[in-house]
Design a protein around this ligand. Structure first.
Ligand SMILES: *Cc1c(COP(=O)(O)O)cnc(C)c1O
Length: 361
């Protein structure tokens, strides 16, 4: 028998939000995708896909995409590294900067992928509890780990963010690697991002993705920004051709249309507030969100969150339920279009009233 690596053998695999079966019409609000239309520039780029793009190797360094990112974000090209989603960059940063037996600190709760990647790398995870409102003081992470801290800002699945100046305080006193995952930054208030600090602090790495605000989850593109020394090290250890040519093309088109992205973000934020108000009017608890998803709890005395989740699933409506402490009485709902949220609200109210045919099967 071929031995399986013990770390893999005992690994708790990362569980992504589930996908509907092929051919089933479903309302997917469980992976924080953007359900609004793509930029016309992206649509145009899709039409230029040529056979050569499949026959030839892509540009391993994603130069055109990095140049586009550089001019939009004001960060040098040499400080940017693109990857197959930010998920790949999370794996790569562990491989590049952390050794077996090292410790990283993360808030609790947070994106479950960090602990999964750490387990694979043999790195210990210190999960530092957030307060009753899921708020995290970045400095509290510093005390928990000498080698690195990873903070999703805004955090998932809570939707809470901290201001950039609080992260800067951490950078000023902590010498380990500071990774700030800005997957949801486009939805957050001004003064949240630390992308602009990457040139000033050589131990800061910022992660961004095209999966959320840009509506390109399927293209699999993300990027890391940081000091050139960090980026060069990651370049050395990376998977050479991880971002395919088609993905590079659509991502480049997406960044060059900031106006479209901003417009879609604006729609999502107004839908979020409208939906939050409707839910609250129906007695639900809604945690304040700075992202394109919301953490919500059914009214006391009605069905528990897991039952609501199951009732929605029976109607082919997908939201996220986490069977974890502090989260198992809540649902995480991605903000879709106004029509999506009306459908969802209608389903929620029917399920609560118990008059739902799908529930009585
Ligand atoms: C969705 C998400 C990502 C993005 O992952 P990709 O691999 O780029 O699709 C990264 N971090 C967090 C916290 C997320 O929620």
């Amino acid at each position: 028998m071929i031995p399986i690596h013990p770390r893999i053998e005992k690994l708790q695999p990362y569980v992504a939000g589930s996908r509907p079966e092929e051919g089933v019409r479903a309302l997917k609000l469980n992976q924080n995708e953007n359900r609004h239309p793509l930029s016309p520039k992206v649509e145009a780029a899709i039409r230029t896909l040529s056979p050569e793009m499949l026959q030839e190797y892509p540009d391993a360094r994603c130069d055109r995409l990095r140049e586009a990112l550089s001019s939009v974000h004001g960060v040098p090209v040499s400080s940017i590294l693109c990857g197959n989603g930010s998920s790949e960059l999370i794996t790569l940063l562990f491989r590049t900067f952390l050794r077996e037996g090292d410790t990283v600190a993360v808030p609790d709760p947070t994106f479950a992928l960090y602990a999964n990647v750490a387990d694979i790398a043999g790195v210990h995870v210190r999960a530092v509890p957030t307060d009753a409102n899921f708020h995290m003081e970045p400095l509290a992470l510093a005390a928990a780990a000498p080698q690195a801290v990873i903070l999703a800002n805004p955090n998932a699945p809570t939707g809470v963010c901290v201001t950039a100046d609080r992260i800067e305080k951490l950078l000023q006193t902590y010498n380990g690697l500071v990774v700030i995952d800005e997957a949801y930054i486009d939805f957050a208030p001004d003064g949240t991002s630390v992308l602009g600090l990457t040139e000033r602090y050589d131990h800061l790495l910022v992660l961004r993705t095209f999966s959320k605000a840009y509506s390109l989850s399927g293209a699999r593109v993300g990027f890391a920004a940081g000091n050139k020394r960090l980026i060069d090290a990651m370049l050395k250890g990376r998977e050479t051709f991880s971002v395919n040519g088609f993905a590079q093309l659509v991502a480049e088109a997406a960044v060059t249309d900031q106006a479209h992205k901003n417009e879609m973000v604006g729609r999502i934020l107004s839908t979020r507030e409208r939906f939050a108000a409707s839910l609250q009017a129906a007695g639900w608890t809604v945690w304040p969100s700075t992202t394109n998803f919301m953490l919500v709890s059914p009214p006391p005395g009605s069905l528990v969150a897991q039952k609501v989740y199951e009732g929605l699933l029976a109607r082919h409506i997908y939201v996220r339920y986490f069977a974890a402490p502090r989260l198992d009485d809540k649902l995480r709902i991605s903000v879709g279009t106004d029509e999506d949220m009306d459908l969802l609200l209608d389903a929620l109210l029917r399920i609560e009233r118990g008059g739902d045919a799908a529930m009585n099967r």
